[in-house]
Design a protein around this ligand. Sequence first.
Ligand code: DP6
Length: 324
Amino acid sequence: MLSSPNIAFIKYWGNRNNELRLPMADSLSMTLDHPNAEITIQEADTLEIHSYTMGKERKIEGEHLERFRTHIELTRRYLAGIGAPKALPSGLHITIASNIPPSIGLASSAAVFSGIAKTIRQMIDKRVELDDAQTSIIARLGSGSAARSVIGGYVALAAGEDNAINASRAWQIAPANHWQLYDIIVVPSQTEKSVGSTEGHALAHTSPHFAARIEAIRTRRQRECVDAILEKDFEKLQRVSEEDALDMHHVMETSNPPLKYLSQETHRIVGEVKALREKEHLPVLFTMDAGPTVHLICTDEAVQEVRSFAKAQKGCTVFEAKVG
Ligand code: DP6
């Protein structure tokens, strides 16, 4: 099955349960039409993973293999809980063929684990039929943001409340054709990030600003973002998503140890985008995940100008996607 990354307007950062990837707060994203990862799964004697990125084989061993092993074990635990303990064969041969360029600031883990969850759904549908929410739970057990990529269009991940394995699940706010938004991705640096998201989530609690962030999402931001999307109110979406992205980076930078994902280049690009949109009254917003890449989200009306702006950034690679 094919699956793509997503870009979040309200960011997922920090868990109440790291093992089950149960988030502290809701998050919200749009799923992208590409690039994608294609997942195939066959019955095997043990767990085997074969991973190809842009056609080149990447060996999955050590902690990477452990992550997949844990994911499959948790998936079995979840399936047992819904009365299907034997739905998955005891061994699996998983092949990942990814077209996602490494280090462009699009989490390939979201595409990979959502793809695995969708493929598992298809594989076991004679034994148990899963709906989208259940499939998102399986994806979440591998990567939190992957829960949102199981579904197309505009998708929220509800944090839920307790520590049950099924407490947090994704749902669709609006389909992709509700609002055509683009993501023009400006990549200032190709270097691998030093601290991955999984380690980063575990540090979120050490920031003195984390509690206020969670409170803001719970009481206001998630709701405002859902409304902005339903109303197709770009200004509202811009205000709330930029506030949330900068707030997440504030939490990251004040964690112990601090996590500094944004570079000087990131700040320069953000400054120039702000100046451009003020001058031209362009519907464009910026957001950054756990890396220096700047995502410029815009409407049809702005896409040509944003594209030219992105291409004029010296030393940057530009990648383009849209909601899908
Ligand atoms: C900054 O889903 O990548 O992109 O569960 O460890 O795989 P894991 O974390 P991940 O975290 C996403 C972090 C983010 C924000 C977001 O996409 O919501």
